[in-house]
Design a protein around this ligand. Structure first.
Ligand SMILES: *[C@@H]1O[C@H](CO)[C@@H](O)[C@H](O)[C@H]1NC(C)=O
Ligand SMILES: *[C@@H]1O[C@H](CO)[C@@H](O)[C@H](O)[C@H]1NC(C)=O
Ligand SMILES: *[C@@H]1O[C@H](CO)[C@@H](O)[C@H](O)[C@H]1NC(C)=O
Ligand SMILES: *[C@@H]1O[C@H](CO)[C@@H](O)[C@H](O)[C@H]1NC(C)=O
Ligand SMILES: *[C@@H]1O[C@H](CO)[C@@H](O)[C@H](O)[C@H]1NC(C)=O
Ligand SMILES: *[C@@H]1O[C@H](CO)[C@@H](O)[C@H](O)[C@H]1NC(C)=O
Length: 517
């Protein structure tokens, strides 16, 4: 009898899920949210933004590619997936990762009957010799077109279902578009699908498609109040000379800024083509489209050159736009979101129960504004109720890199250069990273709270704190102005967050126990 009951329940479960939605996740590389990174994306804003929700407080667990991507795929914080940096030695596509790789949201969807497709950059070390080569197909994907190594625009190898294929002069974003359009053409309502597209733009070397070269020739880098500002109240690396940057470097910052915009135009076209293909195949109304980036970027902030790896908003805040059958149209939503929330959110929207051991939590969507067209759905999607207090302390971790062969011997630093990275004479030897650029931050957002607290693992035990409500450009470090009790509280929560496990524990580590996966 019990068996019979269970069987009927299972059967019901399957029947309810008959019209499960499709997912298209678009993940760009280094696209910022606060320096105008979304400005050139007319089609993304029109076809996803106007038809969906733009999230204005979306952050990443780490301002660097590989750790951030590992978080997005697993729903785990860096200290739980242990991909510490972009190298194999630092966990990027390492043996540790391969054990976790069976637990990405793609695996969960595939096991529940989804057809799954990936095209573009995956984890930076994927496909390299040391990481096992391009013959490996990561679990979770039925159709696989993973880029070998880090983002480039030409002259790359793609693993086509385990078969390495080299291309020299085919623009990578266009190849990803073509692969995705072929895939969509073959999809029907009979089997739901998950498609993930990870173009290289606007990552270095910021190469636009030839048809877009010069489109923004008159655009210059944004001059927010923190642009090329010399500061003394920030951690050691930021105060390193030259500060401010010499005027001769500014045209280079402008060039980088406009090249990034131009390189993004092919992504914008790809999104328009994908939406059109979904529409002409009658799949659009039952498809969620999610557009985001792996980390932000700075260009000139606080007299830095251009890169990520810093705790400031330019680096940790990312675009996040979603449309789909249950998502309100043409709205913005300011709830605090981390990239680890996407895995559980997608699982929930697919009718699956995210595991308690995931550190991210499912996004609560506002009530849909055109309720009539909302399909009856059985999945456990939580909705925001108007009175919800959205307080959240979001953890951002970064493990500073040193000695990656990029401290040019022509740079004058007398420091122990083993602990420095990315110092190039063409940028006046301004270093971009250091071992002691290792930090953890809490991004604390609530109705009346908009703080950031960061603690550095350096010889000064340096900390920084900003009130983003009154100081959006993080000009004034208020760590010595706040009450000792406030400082103490942040320090305590941060230390707990750094070992948190499972979303309840990571939401409130002082009250909820850890959940091991
Ligand atoms: C393409 O990349 C290979 C290494 O993968 C390099 O040897 C070659 O010079 C590159 N070709 C061009 C045209 O950049
Ligand atoms: C997908 O469609 C192409 C034609 O557009 C066809 O050649 C191919 O066999 C199809 N693949 C599958 C898996 O149905
Ligand atoms: C760029 O600026 C130049 C000089 O100010 C002007 O002549 C040109 O029309 C501008 N081009 C565009 C595309 O706005
Ligand atoms: C979206 O909302 C804005 C105002 O918030 C309005 O001006 C615009 O027309 C709306 N667009 C669509 C497509 O509904
Ligand atoms: C990356 O992380 C690993 C493990 O912590 C460390 O050994 C390595 O030195 C790091 N890489 C760089 C370039 O700092
Ligand atoms: C950071 O590391 C550099 C290079 O090793 C060193 O010179 C500097 O004193 C360190 N600063 C702090 C605050 O730890």
């Amino acid at each position: 009898m019990l068996n019979y009951l269970l069987f009927t329940l299972l059967l019901n479960h399957v029947v309810c899920q008959e019209k499960r939605p499709n997912f298209v996740v678009i993940l760009t590389d280094d696209q910022d949210a606060v320096l105008g990174g979304m400005d050139p994306m007319k089609c993304v804003r029109r076809f996803i933004g106007n038809e969906g929700t733009t999230f204005t407080n979306s952050y990443v667990t780490s301002p660097i590619c590989c750790p951030s991507r590992a978080s997005l795929l697993t729903g785990l914080h860096v200290h739980n997936h242990m991909t510490w940096n972009n190298s194999l030695q630092g966990g990027c596509y390492s043996r540790t990762w391969k054990k976790l790789e069976t637990r990405t949201f793609a695996n969960a969807l595939k096991e529940s009957g989804y057809n799954t497709f990936y095209a573009g950059k995956y984890l930076n070390e994927y496909g390299t010799h040391g990481a096992g080569g391009p013959e490996q197909i990561p679990p979770g994907w039925t159709e696989w077109h993973g880029l070998v190594g880090n983002s480039v625009y030409y002259n790359y190898t793609i693993s086509n279902d385990g078969v390495p294929t080299h291309a020299t002069d085919l623009y990578l974003t266009d190849i990803i578009r073509d692969l995705s359009l072929n895939y969509i053409e073959n999809q029907t309502e009979l089997q739901p699908f998950l498609m993930m597209l990870a173009p290289p733009a606007p990552h270095q070397p910021f190469t636009p498609a030839p048809r877009h070269e010069g489109t923004f020739s008159n655009v210059t880098a944004v001059r927010h109040p923190n642009f090329n500002l010399a500061v003394t109240d920030k951690h050691w690396l930021i105060t390193m000379p030259p500060s401010p940057l010499p005027d001769t470097l500014i045209p280079e910052l402008d060039r980088v800024y406009r090249s990034r915009w131009e390189s993004l135009l092919a992504v914008d076209e790809m999104v328009a083509d994908v939406v059109e293909a979904l529409d002409s195949n009658s799949l659009l109304s039952n498809t969620y489209l999610i557009y985001t980036s792996d980390n932000g970027y700075h260009i000139g902030q606080f007299s830095q050159v251009y890169d990520k790896r810093q705790p400031y908003e330019s680096d940790i805040k990312v675009p996040l736009i979603m449309r789909g059958p249950t998502i309100p149209k043409n709205t913005t939503d300011n709830q605090p979101i981390l990239n680890i929330d996407l895995a559980p959110t997608i699982m929930a929207l697919a009718g699956l129960m995210p595991p308690e051991s995931m550190d991210g939590r499912s996004i609560k969507f506002a009530m849909k504004n055109d309720l009539e067209s909302t399909p009856k759905s059985s999945h456990p999607v939580e909705r925001l109720d108007g009175n919800l207090e959205m307080e959240r302390n979001m953890l951002v971790e970064y493990y500073g890199e040193g000695r990656d062969g990029t401290v040019d011997e022509n740079c004058p630093w007398k420091y122990d250069s083993d602990n420095l990275a990315q110092c190039y004479p063409e940028y006046e030897c301004k270093c971009q990273d250091a071992r002691n650029n290792t930090f953890a931050c809490l991004r604390h957002i609530a109705k009346r709270i908009n703080f950031k607290y960061c603690s550095f693992a350096d010889s000064k035990d340096f900390s920084e704190m900003y009130d983003l409500a009154s100081d959006p450009y993080e000009l004034t470090n208020i760590i010595n102005q706040v009450l000792p009790s406030v400082k103490h509280w942040y320090k305590l929560i941060l230390s707990q967050m750094l070992t948190c496990k499972g979303y309840r524990n990571c939401d409130n580590p002082l009250e909820n126990p850890k959940v091991y996966g």
